[in-house]
Write a protein that binds this ligand. Structure first.
Ligand SMILES: Nc1ncnc2c1ncn2[C@@H]1O[C@H](COP(=O)(O)OP(=O)(O)OP(=O)(O)O)[C@@H](O)[C@H]1O
Ligand SMILES: [Mg+2]
Length: 402
């Protein structure tokens, strides 16, 4: 196996159902798939790590699969963070530049963002992302980057995405125990958005709903910026458990039934349609009975989503509708329930395809891990650009002092 290569980018999505590792490298400026590993998650409960040992073992197994395919040693990665502990809030800050107008510097931007983030937050909250929604210069809103503009008063509207500090620490510890150093933590919904949304959708207003196994992550973009982030405690596993309880069958059988015959709009299922099942006793089960169990759960999920959007003040900001991704988005009828509950158009979010990537990864359940890779790549490019400009500045300073 070759040594870790400098241009290899690796990401880890330790989901509540599946643990995924994806590796890519840069080939003539474009990301090229190198390898991936997927194993069933372990040591998870209600979307959180409940036992470090089994969770770390799953990460190690997924990483070893990725290493074999990529033919490289992997010892660091970016991780996704998601789940019911995610909360977002909007704040603002203001910086008076002085009595006279002058050019806005990078330091002014840092200072105004610092003021906006200096809010009281509960002890166990970690900031994952500080996302500027807009800058306002001398009352003129809608500014994306004010550096170099001239003014006397700079304001910022900021979105702060936070997570539970202990949940984040558990994810990092779990990766460490699997032999991986964590280079950065990224909100899973923002990653999934990276892989599925178009620039137009972000501009017009869109809700990305990542339906995982134990929770569903939400991010809303409006006018090109993140306007809201959140999570609701319902995911695909709740649908499966409802079937297992309602039809008195093992969870594994309920999962198969849901995937093969599930639908969450009762009236869309033909009245006579049945499926032969062996448990709890041999019978022809009407598919409408299955849909009658799934539909209320789908309505509940979308009810929580709507409430979450209402609390975030973005329920009327979805000009481009709602995009459903994550494995749970594959449930037939969920798009219809979304459209009728949120009263906006809905579509399935398929992730973009990296060069060389196997076709099986072009599936909503891979949107987060592919998005993590795109995000980690962008971070690397931005850092390299910053380093270059710093180096250029230093060169200029040294050149002028001789
Ligand atoms: N074809 C399908 N039809 C219906 N549901 C599906 C289908 N395929 C996968 N699912 C559901 O998707 C869920 C898993 O989705 P995903 O792999 O995105 O979760 P995860 O990332 O591991 O979890 P989380 O994001 O909550 O941490 C499971 O509940 C599974 O039942
Ligand atoms: Mg997920």
């Amino acid at each position: 196996m070759s040594q870790t290569q400098d241009n290899l980018i690796v990401v880890l999505d330790a989901g509540s159902a599946w643990t995924r590792v994806l590796a890519a490298d840069l080939n003539e400026g474009a990301l090229r798939y190198r390898g991936h590993g997927v194993v069933e998650s372990a040591g998870m409960r209600k979307g959180l790590i409940s036992e470090l040992g089994p969770a770390a073992k799953a990460v190690k197994a997924a990483n070893e699969q990725a290493e074999r395919v990529a033919r490289a040693n992997i010892d660091e990665c970016a991780v996704g963070v998601g789940g019911p502990h995610i909360r977002g809030l909007n704040t603002n800050g203001r910086l008076d530049i002085g009595s006279r107008m002058r050019e806005i510097t990078r330091e002014d931007v840092r200072a105004v963002v610092e003021r906006a983030r200096a809010i009281e937050r509960p002890a166990d909250r970690e900031i994952l992302h500080l996302l500027s929604r807009q800058f306002i210069l001398d009352g003129q809103p809608g500014i994306f980057d004010p550096v170099g503009m001239v003014g006397a008063c700079l304001e910022v509207d900021l979105h702060i995405a936070t997570c539970s500090g202990s949940a984040l620490q558990s994810t990092v510890t779990c990766a460490n125990r699997a032999g991986l150093e964590v280079t950065e933590a990224v909100l899973e919904s923002i990653a999934a958005a990276e892989a599925t949304l178009s620039a137009d959708e972000r501009e017009l207003g869109v809700c990305l709903l990542d339906v995982g196994a134990h929770s569903s992550n939400i991010v809303v973009f409006f006018e090109g910026a993140v306007a809201h982030t959140g999570s609701v405690p319902v995911g695909g596993a709740h649908f499966t458990n409802d079937l297992a309880i309602g039809l008195q069958m093992p969870v594994a059988q309920a999962e198969r039934l849901k995937r093969q015959y599930g639908h969450c709009v009762v009236t869309a299922v033909p009245q006579q349609a049945t499926v032969e099942i062996a448990n709890p006793q041999p019978q022809n089960l009407p598919l409408r009975t299955v849909a009658e169990i799934l539909e209320p759960r789908a309505r509940e999920l979308l009810y929580y989503v709507k409430e979450n959007l209402r609390q975030g003040g973005v329920v009327d900001a979805l000009g481009a509708g709602c995009v459903l991704t994550g494995g749970g988005a594959m449930l037939p009828g969920l798009l219809d329930v979304t459209e009728s509950q949120l009263r906006v158009p809905a579509r399935t979010g398929m992730p973009v395809r990296l060069s060389n990537m196997p076709g099986e990864l072009v599936h909503p359940s891979f949107a987060t891990v592919i998005g993590l890779l795109l995000y980690a790549h962008r971070t690397r490019v931005t850092r390299a650009a910053e380093n270059n400009s710093l180096r250029a500045k230093l060169r200029a300073i040294f050149a002028s002092s001789y």
